[in-house]
Write a protein that binds this ligand. Structure first.
Ligand code: DON
Length: 321
């Protein structure tokens, strides 16, 4: 995948708007032609997604929005919710307590691994894999599952700058096929590493994964992390700059599961993928880039999304290193 225009070194600002739009359109046209990967089917409803869907969005820290392809199509956020829920917990508990309770190291293993818990001294490794994410959800402020859910829905909506809604069909579909996550939550409870009733925490986690977003929402959400916690569209502070710094560090370490090292090597930016086909990437101080396309590689990362992000990181000079 040779970049369409020469690789630039990272600069302090995003390229000018006309160039960003041109390169985004070019990435769309180029990678729409790729037909590799498989749409996730372990959550039955996700299997119905069209493999042809493909959308791209960039949002600058100045609040400029650029899109290409299926930018308004709504899909369930899935694992891309994890960094934002972790941000809410780090903000509420402080980053030191969040690290002590959840961990911040990579597992090197698949996102739903049970062995990763056993190999890590009976602790969760990080908030970006299912075990650590369900434990993170269990730490969200609120005495009841409903209070925690409200906190998450409102918090993620502040990141997006609009009220995000639950996709009831995805939620029902995942709830009916959720034994593995329930098992992980109960195992963690056995090790005193779950901080709320495990089945209720898993249910709230399943709801958070079923929130509907567009690829443009994901770009706004990542631009908020890139902007030190201020949503560039609403100008509202969502979390502190310190929280953003910690979340971006965990994303660089573990955002792409067992492919996180390769991602950082090729793309050089913190990012998070989800099984519905979304990937959000943050370029600190510059903005957020997001891609959506359902066909996934073997680790559960969108194939077109990864290729388009690789190209755009190069041609826009986003790579941190
Ligand atoms: O818990 C699950 O399995 C899904 N709700 C989310 C997993 C996911 O998105 C992993 N991503 N690559």
């Amino acid at each position: 995948d040779e970049p369409a225009t020469p690789v630039r070194v990272s600069t302090g600002r995003l390229a000018d708007g006309e160039q960003v739009q041109r390169l985004l359109t070019e990435a769309y046209e180029r990678y729409a032609l790729v037909h590799e990967g498989r749409v996730a089917d372990y959550i039955p409803l996700l299997a119905q997604a069209s493999p042809d869907l493909f959308g791209l969005a960039v949002v600058s820290v100045d609040g400029d929005i650029f899109t290409a392809g299926d930018a308004d199509y709504e899909f369930s956020i899935q694992s891309v919710s994890k960094p934002f829920v972790f941000a809410l917990v780090a903000e509420a508990l402080g980053h030191a307590a969040a690290r002590e309770k959840i961990g911040v190291n990579n597992t090197g293993l698949p996102f739903n691994s049970v062995m990763a818990i056993e190999l890590n001294d009976d602790r969760t490794a990080n908030p970006m894999v299912n075990a650590g994410a369900i434990a993170t959800t269990s730490l969200i402020p609120g005495d009841t599952a409903d209070a925690k859910w409200q906190f998450i829905q409102q918090g993620l909506s502040r990141f997006a700058g609009r009220e995000l809604q639950l996709d009831g069909e995805v939620y029902a579909s995942e709830t009916a096929s959720n034994r593995r996550n329930q098992g992980i939550a109960k195992l963690l409870a056995g090790y005193d590493r779950m901080y709320f009733e495990p089945l209720e925490a898993t249910d709230v986690y399943t709801r958070q994964c079923s929130l509907n977003v567009t690829v443009t929402d994901l770009a706004v959400m990542s631009a908020t992390l890139a902007d030190g916690g201020i949503n560039p569209i609403t100008q509202q502070r969502v979390v502190s700059a310190d929280t953003c710094k910690r979340v971006l560090a965990v994303l660089a370490t573990a955002g792409l599961y067992e492919h996180s090292g390769e991602w950082l090597y090729d793309i050089g930016l913190p990012a998070k993928s989800g099984v519905s086909g979304g990937i959000m990437t943050a370029a600190p101080g510059k903005g957020g880039l997001a891609t959506f396309s359902p066909p996934l590689d073997s680790a559960g990362n969108s194939v077109r999304g990864r290729r388009a992000t690789t190209m755009l990181s190069d041609v826009l000079g986003l790579n941190l290193f």
